[in-house]
Write a protein that binds this ligand. Structure first.
Ligand code: PRP
Ligand code: MN
Ligand code: MG
Length: 180
């Protein structure tokens, strides 16, 4: 598996230290509140686990899975809910946890859904951001790392469902995805 990685972009230590910073910022900003923290499956599962351990205000956790219609290119720009929340967001301070923002379509759709369900507030924390790939105007409220448009995997991020369990984030060797 490690043989498929061309270069480590962010080590386990670098990621853990950034996640602690993000957790501290959220803890400060949500002092005295009880936010509902939503993990966008599957990519955000490791970030959600680590981030939530670094948040010191009382939180509730829930999980949602979305997918784009049709194919993986997201050309349609449409998103559908594959697994919905168990919790009502009405009147709640909601924090959406994402591993990465690329086109921004997933998050713009999710924010819209949660606002229409009358969340009190909706904020986004994203560990990685690829602003160069954006097709909709969207920014996270808390961002870990701004990264170039490279094919990155690990720490939740997959290529064809592989590499999510790497504790670091690396760039995939081009031959890995061009051979398929
Ligand atoms: C990836 C990533 C984000 C989304 C970002 O999820 O985890 O959720 O794409 O892309 P966007 O900004 O262009 O919408 P993916 O759909 O690959 O599902 P996964 O989390 O299960 O890997
Ligand atoms: Mn995802
Ligand atoms: Mg994916």
């Amino acid at each position: 598996m490690q043989n498929d990685i061309q270069e480590v972009l962010y080590s386990e230590d670098q990621i853990q230290s950034k996640v602690r910073e993000l957790g501290a910022a959220i803890s400060r900003d949500y002092e005295g509140r009880n936010p509902l923290v939503i993990c966008v499956l599957k990519g955000a599962f490791i970030f959600m686990a680590d981030l939530s351990k670094n948040v010191t205000v009382p939180i509730e956790l829930d999980f949602m899975a979305v997918s784009s219609y049709g194919n993986s290119t997201r050309s349609s720009g449409e998103v559908k809910i594959v697994k919905d929340l168990d919790t009502s967001v009405e009147g709640r301070d909601v924090i959406i946890v994402e591993d990465i923002i690329d086109s921004g379509l997933t998050l713009s759709y999710l924010i819209d859904v949660l606002e229409r369900r009358n969340a009190l507030s909706v904020r986004v924390v994203a560990l990685f951001d690829k602003p160069g790939r954006r097709t909709v105007d969207l920014n996270a409220d808390y961002t870990g790392f701004v990264i170039p448009d490279a094919f990155v995997v690990g720490y939740g991020l997959d290529y064809a469902e592989h590499y999510r369990n790497l504790p670091y984030v690396g760039v995939l060797k081009p031959e890995v995805y061009s051979n398929r």
